[in-house]
Design a protein around this ligand. Structure first.
Ligand SMILES: Cc1cc2nc3c(=O)[nH]c(=O)nc-3n(C[C@H](O)[C@H](O)[C@H](O)COP(=O)(O)OP(=O)(O)OC[C@H]3O[C@@H](n4cnc5c(N)ncnc54)[C@H](O)[C@@H]3O)c2cc1C
Length: 462
């Protein structure tokens, strides 16, 4: 419970209508898109929706003085429970801070508030011939602040990189309300520690991001989207591996197994060939038409050597959008296949991709569990999803054991627990396996120096 005098103070700071405390509102801000159970609910005591950095700063100052937990929140599309207010307190929603401050075409940079939707940034830049490449499948509804806090990836990471590759500078409100600015528009900048990169991926535990300066690049003039259907998952994996070895650098290369194709068939009422066991959606882009045509031909030739049974090359932008819409709708479609779904986000060095897929299938067989395997195969980031019923006391222990084996196999191949969704609540028990005790203690030391009272997003990451 937050004392009523403090609640009155917060209402004075942000305006009474932007401070919510009804049971219904508090419930609405108690969950995200992870598979953390809804009940018992983790209700915030108060939902606070500031409009300016000054308001965020004043709220943080008050919260720090009175030891009130604060959980920053963007669009709550996170997959690891990051915006769930585990210890009550304030759910600090950045959704009203949604202004584009400047599109600087000369420097090819955009400055935005944290609550701007990533898709809006993409569209605004595209109208000026500029390109913001990071494209999590949630880009139409997730915020740039949430993308920065999770260091979100996406389909185009294989060629262009992830969010941190495009963040040039940040405005951040620290736990005690101090406002700092990191980085800036200078391409080269080694003045002091790289705090911009420290806050990127910090999952709302070190500071509240209020503004960001993002780097842009020229929009590629030409793109070619291909959908390749294979009669074996091995053939699809081999195609991706050989494609990358051959020097082709696709903008994206996404893999889906047979279970995913079944989910899409059900969800979008479309048919795949009976023999289809896997599908790759890949795109090449560039400034020269001949160059991307040549790369698409190279991919086709490699796929033909690896059990491809159907090959579709998008002839129009609309056809390309149709192919991508299938991939973007995949996650909810897979989720609808079973009462529960335990979905991971492992990432391995690219050359180990076929091996981890092989080991995941072995683990699925060993524990007699249904798996859907899909992900950003081009950059080694995979989302193996166990389709299960966690209320079944016989099944749940098998699921936990399978997850542990997947993590162990991933780490043994030199990979990591999370490629893009972060640690949050769902992977915190495994972080020591990945970073060692000394590594986790170093994270804790950073946290202690920036948030000594531990009020920012408590209970997350470790
Ligand atoms: C269908 C679907 C597809 C997805 N596909 C992808 C994908 O391809 N790639 C990918 O990387 N992710 C993906 N995600 C996960 C999710 O969309 C991303 O993690 C996204 O970055 C979260 O943004 P958000 O605005 O929803 O943040 P939230 O979920 O609200 O918050 C996420 C974390 O960031 C913190 N946070 C939010 N805003 C701020 C801020 N301004 N300052 C400090 N901390 C803050 C929160 O405390 C929390 O810890 C997907 C999710 C869904 C539902």
């Amino acid at each position: 419970m937050i004392a009523s005098a403090i609640v009155r103070n917060i209402r004075d700071i942000v305006g009474a209508e932007y401070v919510l405390d009804s049971d219904l509102d508090r419930f609405g801000y108690s969950y995200d898109a992870s598979f953390v159970p809804l009940f018992p609910a983790n209700l915030p005591d108060l939902v606070v929706r500031p409009l300016t950095t000054g308001q965020v700063s004043q709220v943080m100052k008050l919260a720090n003085e009175h030891n009130i937990p604060v959980t920053p929140r963007g669009a709550a599309s996170g997959r690891t429970g990051g915006s769930i207010p585990l210890q009550g307190g304030i759910s600090l929603s950045l959704e009203r801070m949604n202004k584009v401050i400047e599109l600087d075409e000369k420097n090819m940079m955009i400055t935005v508030e944290a609550g701007v939707l990533t898709g809006d940034i993409y569209n605004l830049c595209a109208r000026k011939g500029l390109f913001y490449p990071p494209d999590p499948a949630s880009y139409k509804f997730s915020t740039i602040g949430g993308n920065i806090a999770e260091d979100a990836g996406g389909m185009r990471a294989v060629k262009y990189g992830v969010t941190h590759n495009f963040v040039m500078g940040l405005e951040v409100v620290l736990a005690d309300g101090t406002v700092i600015h990191t980085g800036g528009k200078s391409i080269k900048n080694v003045t002091g520690y790289n705090l911009t990169q420290l806050f990127t991926g910090s999952e709302g535990t070190l500071g509240v991001v209020t503004k960001a300066i993002l780097r842009l690049i020229p929009m590629p003039k030409y793109r070619n989207t291909l959908q390749l259907i294979f009669s074996s998952l091995d053939g699809a994996c081999a195609t991706i591996h050989q494609m990358l070895q051959s020097g082709v650098v696709p903008a994206s290369a996404e893999l889906m197994d047979r279970t995913c194709l079944n989910a899409i068939s059900r969800n979008r009422k479309m048919e795949f060939p009976e023999k289809a066991e896997a599908c790759i959606v890949t795109e090449v882009d560039g400034a020269e038409e001949y160059e991307i045509k040549k790369q698409a031909e190279q991919i086709e030739a490699i796929a033909r050597k690896n059990d491809v049974i159907e090959l579709r090359v998008a002839k129009t932008a609309q056809e390309a959008d149709e192919i991508w819409a299938i991939r973007r709708a995949l996650s909810p479609a897979v989720g609808a296949l079973a009462p529960d779904r335990v979905s991971e986000d492992i990432s391995v060095p690219r050359n180990e991709f076929p091996e981890i897929v092989r080991q995941i299938r072995q683990i699925a067989g060993k524990y007699n569990l249904a798996f859907a395997v899909y992900g950003h195969a081009g950059d080694g980031n995979l989302h193996p999803s166990i389709l299960c019923d966690m209320s079944d006391p016989e099944q749940a222990p098998r699921v936990h054991a399978a997850v542990e084996e997947i993590f162990a196999a991933t780490l043994a191949l030199g990979g990591t627990l999370s490629g893009e969704h972060g640690i949050g609540i769902t992977k915190q028990h495994y972080i020591k396996d990945a970073l060692s005790e000394a590594g986790v203690n170093t994270l804790k030391a950073v946290k202690q120096s920036l948030d000594p009272k531990g009020i920012l997003n408590p209970g997350k990451m470790w």
